[in-house]
Design a protein around this ligand. Structure first.
Ligand code: PLP
Length: 440
């Protein structure tokens, strides 16, 4: 009887979902044919509960963002207390409030190098757009009117606003007419960047942007010394270096920020997701002390850029509480320990399964690459990762399949609060699912 009730509740909501809710990043046809696969009602630690009563492991921390894990009431209390006191006030012009002041200080404390001043947004795409406008504005103030082009890397993901989609190096996200001009894409070898700068001329290039480890493009690590060389090339050519740390920021790789693994400090860092672990929508752009001082010195009029929700008090209060929990519970230390365990588990899987051609990652960010025949570099006709993700769901694990130009990848990024047994459970479910799919 209880199951029937749950099923009928699911059906009622699914019908409304199909009629009225336009999903992000979805196939409209598939939505109409299948309805929502899950309607989630609850979360606890690394688990999510579906309306029909099943608990499943959130193997990607939802969208690589619920870093502290689900169901932490402290964040709800922080939100409520802030909303009771001051739900909203503007930060435009010279207005301010305590949560945004405290959060900007906290972010500066955590940042590497001299990154020290934050512009807040509601998420990563807005933060990237902000960075693109800021660097172009900066070069204009310096009198370098030709420096407008933004260089990004192939397979990069920077979001879906017009600016952020234009910077995204995954062609599927750029399949819209009339995106923004002046965006260029390079391969991951350093030569590709050098060549593009030579071809286009450094005096036309405003900035280079990259994720420390590409997330949506398949969890791709940079070549050795890549970002050290990027830093040098940017310095030599007066090109600003933007690190998109939306996934890697605030501990995902075992360090506060992903770039700290690669010995490079950018001029601008873009943050979102992990700053609030998804409990409130907030992101931002952090600029260096040097850039800040130059902007102050050179600017005359108003910087005409600001979102209504730039520095939303409730979002700032939630982010502060989230960062406090990460610190107090040493969750980044746990990312390092459990991350090692997860990466070891992936290696163990690679030894057991011929079809795994590569395993890679850092901290609690990892990927398993699948190939029909790695000796001849032959991919499966139908991507295997899609089937493995489907099968893993039957065993209670939610993962992500990434398919791009022959890449057939399983991606995982579980919450920072994961324990040893739970890592082992994830590895064991992947093992079982892969075996089952290959037999079938
Ligand atoms: N940059 C990176 C590296 C991301 O992974 C994402 C989202 O997945 C974004 C930017 C866009 O952030 P948002 O979806 O909050 O706009």
């Amino acid at each position: 009887k209880k199951n029937e009730d749950l099923q009928s509740k699911y059906e009622e909501l699914a019908a409304i979902d199909k009629r009225h809710f336009m999903h992000p990043t979805t196939s409209f046809k598939q939505q109409q044919e299948q309805g929502p696969k899950f309607i989630f009602t609850e979360g606890k630690g690394i688990y999510l509960k579906d309306i029909r009563g099943n608990w499943i492991i959130d193997g990607l921390s939802s969208l690589w963002n619920v870093n502290i894990g689900h169901g932490r009431p402290e964040l709800g209390i922080a939100a409520m207390e802030q909303m009771k006191k001051l739900a909203f006030s503007s930060t435009f012009a010279t207005n301010s409030h305590e949560p945004v002041i405290r959060l900007s200080e906290k972010v500066a404390e955590m940042m590497p190098g001299d990154l020290s001043m934050t512009f807040f947004t509601s998420g990563g795409s807005e933060a990237n757009d902000t960075a693109f406008k800021t660097v172009r504005h900066y070069w204009e103030l310096k009198g370098c009117f030709g420096k407008k082009k933004i260089i990004s890397r192939k397979k990069s993901y920077h979001g879906v606003s017009v600016g952020a989609s234009s910077a995204t190096g995954l062609p599927a996200f750029r399949a819209f007419p009339s995106l923004a001009p002046d965006f260029y894409y390079v391969d991951s070898q350093i030569e590709s960047l050098k060549n593009l700068i030579k071809e286009e001329g450094a005096d036309t290039i405003a900035a280079f942007i990259s994720e420390p480890i590409q997330g949506s493009g398949g969890v791709n690590l940079p070549p050795e010394n890549y970002f050290k060389e990027v830093r040098e090339i940017c310095d030599q050519n007066n090109i600003l270096f933007i690190a998109d740390e939306v996934i890697t920021g605030f501990g995902r790789t075992g360090k506060n920020f992903g770039m700290e693994n690669f010995d490079a400090v950018p001029d601008i860092m873009v943050i979102a997701k992990g700053i609030s672990s998804g409990y409130a929508p907030i992101g931002g752009m952090v600029i260096s002390e040097k850039l800040k001082n130059e902007l102050i010195e050179l600017s005359e009029g108003v910087f005409m850029h600001g979102y209504t929700y730039s520095g939303h008090p409730m979002c700032c209060a939630v982010a502060l509480k989230n960062l406090e929990i990460i610190e107090e519970e040493n969750l980044i230390g746990n990312v390092r320990n459990m991350g090692d365990k997860m990466q070891e588990g992936f290696k163990w899987l690679k030894d057991r399964h011929e079809v795994i051609s590569d395993v890679r990652g850092m901290g609690l960010l990892g990927a398993i690459e699948l190939m029909k025949d790695k000796d001849t570099n032959t991919s499966f006709e139908q991507p295997l990762s899609v089937k493995v993700v489907e099968e893993a769901l039957n065993h209670g694990l939610l993962g992500r399949s990434i398919i791009y130009e022959g890449q057939d990848t399983l991606a995982f990024a579980p919450p920072f609060c994961i324990n040893k047994e739970q890592v082992e459970k994830i590895i064991s479910i992947i093992d079982t699912s892969l075996t089952k799919v290959l037999k079938g």
